[in-house]
Design a protein around this ligand. Structure first.
Ligand code: CA
Length: 330
């Protein structure tokens, strides 16, 4: 099965091109219409290719800001090889400021390897997986906590199980140089970075803020991290700087997550950056519909650093309230 996506971009041409990935999308308003996703290709001769993605989840904004800025600022003369930039990968979600597409409720980061004949989110996942990933030596997918979560900024990788790909991903993660670098254990084959790794692409992702806003610190880490990664790949010239020290952490089991036991109002008792122990207080669930009822005490289930917490106060059973990471033993 081949993609239905078409584009006016020539991926093999030198220079800077800005254009669109057009997915035929026939609706009442526009019978022969297309869903248009922005793409830029900056190329200067043969060399490595980096694919930069944001807006995979539409309400995660730091990457959308940085990659849009890079489209305007990065010139072919500054690079060797090719940089492909897709700043609003799930475009309908990004333009609506929501996590999943309002067209099909599709979560792009749970849609890989995609399907060219399914709804737009799956069709775009298929295009990214079957057309763009095979062009790429490295893939950087910029995330944040979105509307529902807030994160201490970190870069991350998921291990693919292939030693060569994983070694290249670890090198790219170290080169990115975020203050914290995390190796995820929870690998979901439907995620973009995992699909890229399956194709042998060194893939780095990360969470750089959240709460539905643009984290100023996250923007700076994303921009410098991407430039560090491009230097590591030989796409940008080396500047002689040593990679920044990064705190290497892991999220080894589901016990590092805290989930909500019942619906109510969440009062956090720990903040991002706190070091906690198993059974320490995570927060209280209040029942403001029945104020006489005692709140439920929610506790952490592991020792670690609080890197993520729920942002909105209203919660339902099963919501993630927080999660931890721990230092990788030296
Ligand atoms: Ca995300």
């Amino acid at each position: 099965m081949t993609t239905r996506v078409w584009t006016d971009i020539d991926f093999e041409r030198d220079g800077k091109q800005f254009g669109w990935l057009y997915l035929p999308h026939s609706v009442t308003r526009s019978g022969y219409g297309n869903l248009a996703t922005a793409i830029a290709v900056i190329r200067n001769g043969r060399g490595p290719t980096a694919l930069l993605m944001a807006g995979n989840h539409g309400d995660e904004y730091e990457g959308q800001v940085v990659l849009s800025r890079m489209i305007r600022e990065l010139e072919p003369s500054a690079i060797h090889g090719r940089v492909i930039i897709v700043p609003t990968a799930n475009v309908a979600a990004a333009l609506a400021g929501v996590r999943t597409s309002p067209i099909d409720e599709g979560n792009l980061n749970r849609a890989f390897p995609g399907d060219p004949n399914a709804t737009p989110t799956f069709a775009m996942a298929h295009y990214y997986d079957s057309v763009l990933f095979p062009m790429a030596d490295a893939f950087i997918d910029v995330h944040s906590g979105g509307t529902s979560m807030d994160y201490l900024p970190f870069a991350s990788i998921c291990l693919s199980g292939d030693p060569t790909t994983d070694a290249r991903a670890k090198s790219l993660l170290a080169a990115f140089g975020a203050p914290i670098s995390i190796v995820w254990d929870a690998v979901d084959l439907r995620m973009a970075e995992v699909a890229a790794a399956k194709r042998g692409v060194a893939a780095v992702s990360g969470e750089f803020g959240g709460g539905g806003t643009v984290a100023r610190g996250g923007v700076a880490i994303v921009r410098s991290g991407i430039e560090n990664a491009l230097r590591h790949l030989g796409i940008l010239p080396a500047n002689g700087a040593k990679p920044a020290n990064s705190r290497l952490m892991e999220i080894p089991t589901n016990d590092f997550y805290v989930f909500c036991p019942e619906a109510g109002l969440f009062e956090p008792q720990a903040v991002l950056g706190d070091s906690v122990r198993s059974s320490d207080a995570c927060g209280l669930i209040h029942f403001v519909d029945n104020p006489a009822r005692e709140p439920v005490q929610v506790r952490f289930r592991a020792d670690g650093l609080v890197v993520c917490r729920r942002h909105p106060a209203r919660v339902e059973r099963g919501d993630c309230l927080a999660h931890l990471a721990r230092d990788v033993a030296a």
